[in-house]
Write a protein that binds this ligand. Structure first.
Ligand SMILES: [Zn+2]
Length: 175
C-alpha cells in the first residue's frame, strides 16, 4: 500500500496506475482495456442514459459491489478515459484502505474542467487515467520513432486532446 494521507500526489497517481496495470493487464498489450481491468477489480461497468453534463459516476451502496456508469452516447475513446478516471477514484479509495463498507456517490460533471481545476482528487484521477492508458515509458519509446500525435492517439485509443495533454505532462515533444 502506498503511504498517503487523504490525497495522492500526481506522481503517486502515476505509480498507482502502473501498479494496477501490472497486476490486471498484460503490460505489452495495447490499447489498454479499462473495462477488463475494472471487471477484474470487481466493478460493474454500465453504459447509462445520463444527463448531458455528466460524463460518468462511481457508485457503491453499503453491502453491494461498486458500479461505474458511463455516458452511453459518448464516443468510445472518451468513455475509455472517463472509465479510467473513475477507476482512479476507486483505486484511490482502496489504497486509503478504509473502504470496506462505505457508500460512494461520486459524480463527474463535464464542466468541472478538472485538468486545470483546483480539485486535487480530480487532477489525480486524471493523472491515473492518463498513466493507465498512456504509460509514460511506452509514450517515450514510441516518440523516438517519429510518430505524430494522431498516430499516438490511435495507438492508445484516446482522444487527440488527451494525447496532447499527456505529451505536455511528460514534457515530450512529438510532431
Ligand atoms: Zn472525477
Amino acid at each position: 500500500m502506498i503511504e498517503i494521507g487523504n490525497l495522492l500526489t500526481h506522481d503517486q497517481a502515476e505509480q498507482l496506475a502502473i501498479k494496477i496495470r501490472n497486476a490486471y493487464w498484460d503490460i505489452e498489450k495495447f490499447p489498454v482495456d479499462p473495462v477488463s481491468i475494472g471487471q477484474k477489480l470487481g466493478i460493474r461497468i454500465v453504459d447509462a442514459v445520463l444527463p448531458e453534463d455528466i460524463a460518468g459516476a462511481l457508485l457503491k451502496k453499503i453491502g453491494e459491489g461498486p458500479i461505474i456508469m458511463l455516458h452511453g452516447k459518448d464516443p468510445i475513446n472518451r468513455k475509455r478515459f472517463t472509465l479510467a478516471h473513475e477507476l482512479g477514484h476507486y483505486v484511490h479509495r482502496l489504497e486509503r484502505g478504509h473502504f470496506d463498507d462505505q457508500e460512494i456517490d461520486h459524480v463527474d460533471h463535464r464542466n468541472q474542467d478538472s485538468r486545470k481545476g483546483s480539485d486535487e482528487e480530480e487532477i489525480s484521477a486524471n493523472r491515473f487515467a492518463a498513466s493507465l492508458l498512456m504509460p509514460a515509458q511506452k509514450v517515450k519509446s514510441l516518440c523516438k520513432h517519429k510518430v505524430d500525435v494522431y498516430q499516438l492517439s490511435e495507438f492508445f485509443k484516446v482522444s487527440t486532446s488527451a494525447m496532447k495533454y499527456r505529451l505536455n505532462t511528460l514534457e515530450i515533444d512529438c510532431p
